[in-house]
Design a protein around this ligand. Structure first.
Ligand SMILES: C[S@@+](CC[C@H](N)C(=O)[O-])C[C@H]1O[C@@H](n2cnc3c(N)ncnc32)[C@H](O)[C@@H]1O
Length: 447
């Protein structure tokens, strides 16, 4: 899921507007408090909570409304809490840390209910199958995509961009990340201070694998032999089996130092992920998604049943699914599907991996009809083309893993119109203290 590494564009300077007093009516999908201006236009106030009266400074038009900054909270919500992280505010990572957990869970759960209701499922039908929010604990996030910036004195800051400002909030700690990744912040800064390949800006993507932290460094200048030796020494000292490097935001990663093999266990398979590979953000989040997907399968599968896993990545869901029936996994990223295919050669796994761009070439009805169930876990944009093909097929069971309620809503509408009922909906708070919401929804027809 998205993490706030890419530098956001700073808002255009606007003529200073008078501070307004506003009553916050609700929270918007980006986590901002939403009030109504006298003409009815929404006023988006980051940091404000539902029920609060605030003084806010309108800044500039944003979408259908007006963006503002929070000046003063005149009447705080009883659900306002002291943010536990010292970087709250400047850091763009956890924008809802000032909100108590239970109301935040209720808000996320309600957003899933609304998304499914917008797809046309009756409110009562949604309420009947909607599970409580599964909240992942702090200190368990195993992926971080940190921005790097060299200061004029040669020092390097490492952190996330504050929302909408282009300002990098330099982090000393992080409450959501696994402490084993946080422990690398200080040594990374020291390493990067002396690394000529980082002139002005770059990034450090950290994935915590079963074999230890896996680092993908992106810098704005080439990496020479001395720098490679420094990376290998860093890996040895801090227990990183592999450090990969790439030039620029889009350069192809290459292994700069490999000290021992990398691996992660997914179901019954051991997979060697490529540098910077997609992993579910936390082991607990992954387990919740996996369990909800497995629970969504038909109770009894015919002897010759096959399953399909679309947008399979490294096989996070593929390999657990293969415990129930043979699985065909489809994935667009060459390095990910290659890792899945290699892992699938381990004995007894019953997995076939195929590379396919599912946006351009969604599985057609004749292909879908051969599967007893299809799991679909698309990127943020959702799977509009694939949903249309599913609607035209004779497929009876779809398990949809979503990281974007709006895309889920759009695709679920296509399924509903094709006769799919909603059997289960599980909201998952895998990005604690952020407005992100993930979900698993199970659809069936013809049963
Ligand atoms: C949300 S991830 C899910 C991965 C996997 N199911 C998991 O749980 O780890 C979405 C996956 O879709 C892949 N993807 C993105 N666009 C794609 C496309 N057009 N065709 C096929 N796969 C695509 C990404 O490479 C990524 O692996």
């Amino acid at each position: 899921m998205a993490e706030p590494r890419r530098r956001p564009r700073a808002p255009r300077p606007a003529a200073p507007a008078a501070t307004v007093e506003a009553r916050i009516l609700r929270l918007g999908t980006a986590g901002d408090g939403v009030a109504a201006l006298p003409d009815g236009m929404p006023l988006y106030v980051p940091g404000a909570l539902p029920g609060e009266t605030v003084l806010a400074q309108p800044l500039a038009r944003r979408g259908d409304g007006m963006a503002a900054t929070l000046d003063t909270v005149l009447s705080p919500s009883p659900d306002r809490v002291e943010p536990p992280c010292p970087h709250f505010g400047p850091c763009g990572g956890c924008t809802l840390q000032h909100w108590a957990g239970d109301p935040c869970d209720d808000w996320k759960r309600q957003r899933l209910a609304v998304a499914l209701a917008r797809a046309g499922y009756a409110e009562a039908a949604v309420a009947a199958v909607l599970a409580p929010v599964a909240r992942t604990p702090p200190g368990t996030r195993r992926r971080a995509d940190l921005a790097l910036r060299r200061a004029p004195d040669g020092g390097v800051s490492l952190g996330f961009f504050a929302r909408g400002t282009g300002q990098l909030a330099a982090l000393r700690t992080c409450l959501v990340l696994d402490p084993r990744l946080v422990a690398l912040f200080a040594p990374l800064r020291t390493l990067l201070r002396g690394l000529g390949a980082l002139r002005r800006e770059g990034s450090a993507a950290l994935n915590l694998l079963d074999t230890g932290p896996d680092l993908l460094l992106r810098t704005d200048a080439p990496l020479d032999a001395t720098a490679r030796a420094a990376l290998a020494e860093f890996g040895r000292r801090h227990g990183l089996p592999r450090i990969a490097w790439a030039q620029g935001e889009t350069g192809q990663p290459e292994t700069a130092a490999q000290l021992s093999p990398v691996a992660i266990r997914l179901g019954a398979a051991t997979v060697a992920p490529p540098p910077g590979a997609f992993l579910q953000a936390s082991p607990a989040g992954e387990a919740t998604i996996r369990d909800a997907v497995l629970a969504g399968l038909p109770e009894k599968l015919p002897t010759r049943a096959k399953l399909a896993d679309l947008y399979a990545g490294l096989g996070t869901l593929t390999f657990p699914l293969a415990a129930r029936a043979p699985v065909v996994a489809y994935e667009g990223a060459a390095e990910s599907i290659a890792a899945l295919q290699v892992a699938a050669r381990q004995p007894g796994l019953r997995v076939t991996g195929l590379r396919r761009d599912l946006a351009r070439q969604p599985l057609r009805p004749a292909e879908l009809d051969g599967f007893a169930a299809v799991v679909i876990d698309p990127p943020y944009a959702g799977a509009a083309e694939q949903a249309v093909q599913i609607a035209r097929s004779a497929l009876r069971r779809v398990i949809y893993v979503s990281c974007n309620p709006a895309a889920l809503s759009r695709d679920a509408k296509v399924l509903r119109e094709a006769g799919f009922a909603l059997l289960a909906a599980t909201p998952i708070d895998q990005f604690l203290w952020s407005p992100h919401l993930e979900a698993v929804a199970v659809f069936a027809r013809g049963n």
